[in-house]
Design a protein around this ligand. Structure first.
Ligand SMILES: Nc1ncnc2c1ncn2[C@@H]1O[C@H](COP(=O)(O)OP(=O)(O)OP(=O)(O)O)[C@@H](O)[C@H]1O
Length: 484
């Protein structure tokens, strides 16, 4: 291929072809990006236009979009000329001449090796120059230290690029990091309720956490509590609210922390004491790093842009997104399940790239009603998720908030009258008994925990007046679990 010869240094001629072959392969099959993404960065490319193309491909693929000459064109200087053709024509040519996507990893390795060689050469030229001229503020020791530092930097890229560091090299670093993290309380964000930390472990940066419940189950309520709780401990937290307005969310958070009835705040029918408490809450929340970000209908890339801007401007530790069903799905031509998976993959990529924890709220579907009619349990299972249980693979932690009270309240009026023998209870009476048993009770059901034991289902409390979840030390015992 000779459409674009660029300014490759004669001593290192092979990078250009590898760069072209890799970009062509990535535009043929965007999934191949993940074979190189862990070690290859735009700066490793020699050609400036290749850096831009690779960076743009990375952004699009991370958002779950496919990257090809058509979709990339608006983000590149398409009409600019290179080697006698436009950038748009060059993209098409790269795809047409791509040999295979199977070798994407090898092309990536070839690119970074040429990068490392050129870095070594240029560092050595600087060192030689420094040793020859010996500037006034330099000593041989300083030159050696500088050279060692630069070579170590290049070598570290080498380790990363291999993507296959030896166990014996990796282990000491992993042990040191685990020890540092265990001492470093700033590395992990605690859950608002100790029962949740016990069942789910602390919240870790870079993780994508799925939080499922029925509509009205309490996702928004618990999320507001969580964000405020984390912010009080210095973790910068944001609720990306797609469903409720910023003002509604703020009032609900205030009801929780002041324990003023939410309906009284909503209607502003407050007594003097409540007004004073609300004023105190306003004063004490001024410096709290708790952000409520209102969205209309939005896409994954809207979320990425907002999150990135917030990370850059004031830093961010935790983002809760309310909720998955409100985000428009990428890749309209694909099957539904594949599109939902692309959404979760994109969210995971944002969490990892920005080093923030993301909690995505997941609406539970109504399939439990069919199970109940067939005599089954109404407890949430993974298949109840919007998008199905396959979303599990992109989640580091996945739990349900199970609050049976509103579910029984919904079912009981639908039950037909029934004749029973004297002394026996109708099914409706049995259900009413269950409803009484689960008033103000809720459970955290752990579906998946990448690091730790799954399977715990601790009980918590819900106080509807303030839409506030509270701690309890009780566990869901076997007998009660069967009963529900
Ligand atoms: N402004 C309010 N006034 C009174 N009760 C409220 C208010 N907002 C929420 N609630 C109640 O709090 C409970 C939990 O609601 P929440 O909005 O947290 O659930 P959710 O899981 O986020 O629901 P959805 O998915 O439908 O948004 C529900 O029973 C709801 O009726």
């Amino acid at each position: 291929m000779n459409a674009y010869s660029g300014n490759v240094k004669p001593a290192l001629p092979d990078a250009l072809e590898a760069e072209q072959a890799l970009l062509g392969a990535l535009m043929q099959n965007s999934d191949a990006y993940w074979r190189v993404a862990a070690f290859l960065k735009p700066i490793h490319f020699m050609e400036d236009i290749h850096k831009r193309i690779y960076e743009t491909i990375g952004t699009m693929v991370s958002q779950g979009r496919s990257a090809n000459p058509i979709t990339l064109k608006p983000y590149l200087p398409a009409s600019e000329m290179i080697g006698g053709i436009t950038v748009a024509q060059y993209l098409v040519q790269l795809v047409a001449e791509a040999v295979t996507v199977i070798n994407a990893y090898d092309y990536g390795r070839a690119i970074i090796e040429v990068w490392a060689r050129s870095q070594i050469i240029s560092q050595m030229e600087d060192i030689i120059q420094m040793a020859r001229t010996m500037p006034i503020d330099m000593t041989p020791e300083k030159i050696i230290a500088h050279a060692a530092g630069e070579l170590t930097r290049i070598a570290q890229e080498g380790n990363e690029r291999a993507g296959s560091t030896k166990y014996g090299v990796l282990l000491p670093a992993a042990v040191t990091k685990a020890a540092q993290d265990s001492d470093n309380t700033a590395a992990r964000i605690p859950w608002v309720l100790p029962e949740m930390s016990g069942a789910l472990g602390d919240i870790r940066r870079g993780n994508l956490i799925g939080f499922m419940s029925d509509s009205g189950g309490g996702k928004t309520s618990l999320s507001l509590q969580q964000c405020r709780f984390a912010a009080e401990r210095g973790f910068k937290s944001a609720l990306f609210s797609i469903e409720v307005t910023e003002e509604e969310a703020a009032l609900q958070a205030a009801a929780q922390s002041t324990r003023i009835s939410l309906s009284r705040i909503d209607n502003y029918t407050l007594d003097t004491q409540e007004t004073a408490n609300l004023e105190r809450e306003i004063a004490s929340s001024t410096d709290l790093p708790f952000y409520i970000v209102g969205f209309g209908e939005c896409s994954l890339s809207d979320i990425r842009i907002k999150a990135e801007a917030m990370v850059k401007s004031h830093g961010l530790d935790l983002i809760v997104i309310d909720h998955a069903k409100m985000i428009s799905l990428p890749n309209p031509k694909d099957m539904f399940a594949e599109r939902v998976n692309a959404l979760y993959r994109g969210l995971k990529a944002i969490a990892k790239n920005l080093n923030v924890a993301i909690v995505i709220l997941i609406q539970r579907n109504d399939e439990w009603k069919g199970r109940w009619k067939a005599g089954g349990s109404i407890r949430p299972i993974m298949g109840d998720a919007y998008g199905g249980s396959s979303v599990k693979q992109n989640l580091d932690v996945w739990f349900s908030l199970y609050r049976p009270e509103p579910l029984y309240q919904e079912l009981i009026p639908t039950m037909p009258p029934e004749r029973v023998r004297e002394g026996e209870l109708t099914k409706k009476q049995v259900m009413l008994g269950k409803l009484e048993q689960c008033r103000s009770r809720a459970w955290i059901i752990n579906h998946k925990r990448r690091r730790g034991e799954p399977g715990k289902s601790p009980e918590i409390r819900f106080d509807g007046e303030y839409t506030q979840f509270l701690s309890t030390s009780e566990q869901l015992d076997e007998a009660f679990e069967g009963f529900l």
